[in-house]
Design a protein around this ligand. Structure first.
Ligand code: TMP
Length: 210
């Protein structure tokens, strides 16, 4: 398949949104067709599923239900947005993908990595990101940033220990997938982080002869 699939991962408040916007601008200026999207979400159906997931009134939601809802939103997202864009040779930048489920549901909620991978096989098939940027930010720093912004949703309002497990999970996963996941210190300035990401992208474009 042609095209390029880029994902952005990290704990809440790590600055993914800002970096996605900057990267989009950079790639558009280079003349690429770029689609920015997010998970859970990215399609009308997936955005509806997102509302159910993050609704603070849904406190009785089981961990397995949550894992399936993320995978369901993802299945629609892959089919409706990601694969068609890649097939046309475009670049997809997704705010989160399967790594989020592995880390949040698999590790932090203790659903288990194997179960998460199995569920997600039905949602994504063989699709894997070409490159993933993990914006590494300790949970205490991330939550501090979020609290300054707005009211916390169901996931953000989780106990500190949950966010610590998410952070540890990302660190573990990124050590295991060194070839795909590029770790970036999210305490750096916006510009420095952007430059790190651009370096990673340009290496990849060169390697793929794009
Ligand atoms: P966002 O705030 O980055 O848009 O993500 C929404 C929340 O959903 C965030 O707390 C991370 C969480 N999440 C999971 O737990 N599993 C997943 O598979 C995805 C995509 C997100």
């Amino acid at each position: 398949m042609s095209g390029l699939f880029i994902t952005m991962e990290g704990t809440d408040g790590a600055g993914k949104t800002t970096q996605i916007r900057l990267l989009e601008e950079y790639l558009l200026n280079k003349g690429f067709k770029v689609v920015c999207t997010r998970e859970p979400g990215g399609t009308p159906i997936s955005e509806k599923i997102r509302e159910i997931i993050i609704d603070k009134n849904n406190s009785e939601m089981t961990d397995i239900t949550e894992a399936f809802l993320y995978a369901a939103a993802r299945a629609q997202h892959v089919d409706e947005v990601i694969l068609p864009t890649l097939k046309e040779g475009g670049i997809v930048i997704s705010d989160r993908f399967v790594d989020s489920s592995v880390v949040y549901q698999g590790f932090a909620r203790s659903v288990g990595e194997r179960l998460i991978k199995n569920i997600n096989k039905y949602a994504v098939g063989e699709l894997e990101p070409d490159i993933t940027f993990f914006l590494k930010l300790k949970p205490e720093d991330g939550l501090k940033r979020k609290k300054e912004q707005a009211e916390l949703d169901r996931l953000e309002a989780e106990k500190f220990s949950f966010h610590q497990r998410v952070y540890d999970g990302y660190v573990r996963l990124s050590k295991r997938c060194k070839n795909r996941i590029q770790v970036i210190d999210a305490l750096k300035s916006v510009e420095e982080i952007h430059n790190d990401i651009v370096r990673g992208i340009n290496n990849l474009l060169e390697k793929n002869g794009i």
